[in-house]
Design a protein around this ligand. Structure first.
Ligand code: MG
Ligand code: ZN
Length: 385
């Protein structure tokens, strides 16, 4: 098995093959080297005390790191030399991720637990064990008059974002999931997956439908910053976006843009932002991939913190749907950012995952609880019955 060894201080990357070390000439490794060199960052400078003083929750920003266990967080923390934005989310809990019918969850059942408060079977998109639709927190928030948004680096129809907006018996029904977007009035969504909207076997062009519903539909995220009001859909890829080192800050930019538009709603907003590919890196036992997508998600948390401190009344939550890879950190250096990690499985594990929160009502997220409790905690924080 090949292991990716990262040394982010002196910045050199070696591929360990068997017993020997060889300098990598792999272009992926070179781009990672460049990426990390450019992207080493200081966390945003915010007075976190200001978040704690707030009482009312007007806005919720829920970050989901797909596959993000404690080890993935710690790898990112080590790689960025002991500094992360998420250290500002000082209220900590743990979420137990077991689905209804098994011990180890997939992202569909994991997402559905977070979005609906219901434990279901693996593959289910916001439907219960009988495949019956269950209202999601995004739908409930919309009904309360909140603006709503979804941001992901995967296809926007992929299991995690889909669990917040669609109701399908299987995660593989991307075309059906895309159609479910038409049943809501979601204000902003940004991610991949354009082909599920405009290259459909049923002949429908959902992008035309979105435009008829009043959406501005764009594929250039930088140009989308000129958009002042929603509803807005931005498709940044035909299907998935590339990994963090190759997508030009797509996720932090999308987070900033979504917050800009959603925050115009006087009643507040609910936004879910997914770091979709922490999971993909871990499935591939690719520590560089895990770390760059972990840090990319952390940059998004920086955007949320800046907004929350400025505007107030914003609850920020960061959690995961499950752990991926049975990842272990075997060696590292907080001084240089060196991380050496290994994996016990190419799949998911059943271990509980961390929950970090900051802002009004953050204390709701202390303790150890089922993943479904997160749905109820968000509802309670928003005062939805
Ligand atoms: Mg996902
Ligand atoms: Zn996975």
């Amino acid at each position: 098995m090949n292991r990716l060894i990262l040394h982010l201080g002196a910045i050199f990357i070696l591929i360990q093959t068997g017993l020997g070390f060889t300098q990598s000439t792999d272009s992926t490794a070179d781009s990672l080297k460049t990426y990390l060199n450019e992207r080493f960052y200081d966390p945003v400078d915010v007075d976190v005390q200001k978040l704690v003083q707030q009482k009312r929750v007007k806005n919720i920003i829920l970050f989901i790191g797909d596959g993000m266990g404690v080890t993935h967080v710690f790898s990112g923390l080590t790689a960025n030399k002991g500094k992360l934005n998420l250290l500002n989310l000082k209220t900590i809990g743990f979420s137990k991720t077991q689905p209804a019918t098994r011990y180890v969850t997939d992202s569909a059942a994991g997402g559905t637990a977070l979005s609906t408060g219901v434990k279901t079977y693996n593959g289910a998109i916001a439907v219960d064990v009988d495949s019956l639709p269950v209202k999601t927190i995004l739908e409930l928030a919309e009904k309360e008059g909140l603006a709503t948004g979804l941001v992901a680096t995967s296809s926007i129809t992929h299991a995690t974002p889909a669990s917040f907006i669609a109701h399908q018996k299987s995660r593989s029904l991307d075309f059906e999931i895309a159609k479910d977007f038409m049943n809501t009035d979601i204000d902003v969504f940004i991610g991949g997956g354009q082909r599920f909207f405009d290259k459909r076997e049923d002949g429908f062009n959902l992008i035309h439908d979105l435009e008829n519903k009043g959406y501005q539909v764009l594929s250039d995220l930088d140009a989308a910053f000129d958009v002042e009001t929603g509803p807005l859909a931005v498709f940044t890829a035909e299907e998935s976006n590339l990994r963090a080192s190759k997508r030009n800050g797509m996720l932090p930019k999308a987070t900033e843009l979504a917050i800009k538009i959603l925050s115009q709603n006087e009643k507040g907003f609910f936004l879910m932002v997914e770091g979709s590919q922490i999971d993909w890196g871990a499935h591939g036992s690719n520590t560089g991939y895990v770390i760059e997508d972990m840090l990319d998600l952390d940059l998004c948390i920086g955007k949320a913190l800046e907004f929350a401190v400025k505007e107030g009344e914003t609850l920020i939550i960061l959690t995961a749907d499950h752990e991926t890879g049975g990842m272990a950190v075997e060696d590292g250096s907080m001084q240089t950012g060196y991380v050496k990690a290994d994996y016990t499985t190419g799949g998911h594990t059943g271990v509980m995952v961390p929950v970090f929160a900051a802002g009004p009502k953050a204390e709701l997220f202390m303790g150890i609880y089922e993943n479904t409790a997160i749905f109820y905690k968000i509802k309670k924080a928003l005062g939805i019955n």
